[in-house]
Design a binder for this molecule. Sequence first.
Ligand SMILES: Cc1ncc(COP(=O)(O)O)c(C=O)c1O
Length: 384
Amino acid sequence: MNTPFLPLSKPSITEGEIAAVAEVLRSGWITTGAKNAELERTVCEITGAKFAVALTSATAGMHLLLKALNIGPGDEVITPSMTWVSTANQIELCGATPVFTDVNRHTLMVEADMIEPLITERTRLIVPVHYAGASLDLDPLRALAERYAIPLVEDAAHAMGASYKDQPTGQSGTAIFSFHPIKNITTGEGGMFCSEDGQLADKIRQLRFHGLGVDAFDRETQGRAPQAEVIVPGYKYNLPDMNAVLGIGQLARLDAMNQKRAEIAHTYLEQLKEIDEIEPLQLPEYKMKHCWHLFVIRLDIERLAMNRDSFMQALKDKQIGTGLHFRATHTQKYYREKYDISKTELPNTEWNSERICSLPLFPDMTMEDVQRVVTAVKEVIAEK
Ligand SMILES: Cc1ncc(COP(=O)(O)O)c(C=O)c1O
């Protein structure tokens, strides 16, 4: 019998969630409406955020944020290179300049003392990333941002269900979550802009739907008043209700799904600890709750005499999927050619960019699946 392919990730969707989506499809109202409002309310309840605006993606959230803050040519935004390309792309598309910071070599997260030397009079925004589901060390980052009076917005794409010093991610400040299918909860595609700043949330809400003075959905009329007026030119990033309803079902299972992710991650940590050629990311020492979005290992490519891409291919040959989170943004063609950042400028980012690899991690994985991954990893190393 052929062994089935084990993917890096697979969304966990229940029959109840499928039925809820079907119900919206049959209801006569499938775009932004009551289910969006419920999803936003539920995210506020779970995270403690004061305001939440549902969007079609986290990338849309970053785009609207840059617009809401009026960031454009001549402005600089500090963000790690070790992240998904969407942040730098949006900064570029606004005509501003991404200023790439290095990250901690073993957590892949930005620290305040790495950011401070990069601050100039042009710096308009700082976007650190809660990496892989661990929380950033927010106190020093917030103190730095406050000292220089620069907005700090957390990229929380990986962090639904994480917390820092008992405070859920998204509760204070401003954070943008992603609900892409690989994430801890999904709406198919989607994202959520959370903020304690009501004015900023209102701007995002307005820009999300053409810049109209009222929302897409009026609870009284079950529609949008045709007289709605454009206050500023806006975009079209509103989430359909058929997506939002899936997110409501997913959020009801967030704790259970994250608990399963944690069990899998701890099994990996235990079973891989004897393998010298592999080093998982380190857990931060400050108090935080990991929501285990990703399980990232680094390969000792010198000792293995094998590069990361060959390692990924060898696992694929054994029917195991892996991922790369991330190839550093500054090494991508466009950024490499435009900014020509030297190899030594972001040493921890460069070092990890060549060595990282994400192993399968998703709630519906069985412990037999985890064993398959561990066995395959050991075989690849033994066969090198
Ligand atoms: C760190 C990080 N930021 C932002 C994003 C963008 O999220 P979305 O796909 O919802 O636009 C991702 C997506 O993978 C991500 O990993």
